[in-house]
Design a protein around this ligand. Structure first.
Ligand SMILES: [Zn+2]
Ligand SMILES: [Zn+2]
Length: 336
């Protein structure tokens, strides 16, 4: 029996595959919104199907209701299978199977300290409600002014708030981190002395993504070689359907990441899906570790993880290679 998460993932994958075709932009968005609504609200889909009321779900019209009905009745979708064939991504035998009840926490999230839309307390409460054991608070670094990034002083102030929030939520471990910008030359937007105080360091490319491939390769190689970096966030900066993302020698960078124990993020935001399933498969073959994060800027966005976990499955990545499936003590050891 396909549960709400399984249905959400199938609709999310359809939305993703449709995004490859600019003409299908709106249909793609409809599938993604329906997926998000289902992942968030965990509807009793079977009851809605029996009553012919699947269209009470936001974003679900006749077309999506038909796909959902087939998914619920057969566990598969001919429409999804056809899209996979058409986009050259047929189902493969070596896909993995991920049980999200083993997912222990998200390590990439934002709060009002930078460009998030909720307070740290609200984000932490939402994570605890989902049963998470830990949450990484990783706001932006100072470089990008529009997101109100944090320098050393504001990070120190944030640490105080984090301690207060932590005392209210004893069952959830808050990890103080940063999403630090990878600058043009591959150096990071905060000094080592600051980075080494943090529990988790996610280094992400945000600007100047159109650098020539050799320079971009050098930039990313430098980032994965920094001993303070734990994770490379959304490794290409792409936006499926609208922005291609940085191009560089991914194999060289992924191999260096594997060697240095730096994880590559699968950013589950439907607007990002970065790594892509193809890059995730290459990274898996290079021996990389992964993190599977929502990059949430508000509590409802935590549902991006159950929507997008199919990417890791299609890439054949087992749970054991994904940081978020570690228990807290194992995670803190992995983050050094
Ligand atoms: Zn980012
Ligand atoms: Zn982020």
């Amino acid at each position: 029996m396909l549960d709400a998460t399984g249905a959400a993932q199938a609709l999310s994958e359809i939305g993703y595959l449709l995004r490859q075709d600019p003409k299908e932009k709106f249909r793609a968005q409809a599938f993604s919104s329906a997926s998000w609504a289902i992942a968030l609200e965990r509807y009793d889909l079977e009851a809605l199907r029996k009553d012919g009321r699947l269209d009470v779900i936001p974003g679900v019209g006749a077309g999506i209701a038909k796909v959902l009905t087939e998914l619920l009745e057969t566990g598969t979708s001919r429409y999804l299978d056809r899209l996979r064939e058409q986009t050259g991504q047929p189902r493969r035998d070596d896909e993995s199977s991920i049980d999200l009840s083993h997912y222990r926490g998200d390590i990439h999230s934002h709060t009002k300290w930078s460009d998030g839309r909720a307070t740290m307390l609200d984000m932490a409460r939402a994570a605890q409600k989902l049963g998470y054991r830990y949450l990484g608070i990783t706001d932006h670094s100072p470089r990008i002014k529009v997101v109100n990034g944090l320098g050393p002083e504001r990070l120190a102030a944030q640490a105080k708030e984090l301690a207060e929030v932590q005392s209210e939520l004893p069952d959830l471990a808050l990890l103080q981190g940063i999403e630090v910008d990878i600058l043009e030359d591959g150096s990071l937007d905060l000094p080592d002395a600051v980075l080494e105080l943090l529990d988790v360091v996610i280094a992400s490319p945000h600007v100047k993504l159109r650098q020539e491939a050799p320079a971009m390769t050098e930039r990313m190689m430098r980032a994965v070689s920094n001993p303070h970096v734990d994770v490379i966030g959304h490794p290409t900066g792409r936006r499926p359907g609208s922005r291609e993302g940085a191009s560089y020698d991914v194999e060289l960078v992924f191999k260096a990441a594997a060697k240095n124990g730096v994880a590559l993020e699968i950013d589950c935001d439907p607007a990002r899906m970065d790594l892509s399933p193809e890059h995730a498969r290459l990274a898996a073959e290079c021996g990389c570790l992964f993190s599977l994060d929502a990059d949430a800027h508000a509590p409802p966005e935590f549902a991006y993880v159950p929507m997008a976990a199919w990417m890791a499955e299609r890439a054949g990545i087992p749970e054991g290679r994904i940081l978020n499936f570690l228990e807290l003590d194992e995670l803190t050891a992995a983050l050094r």
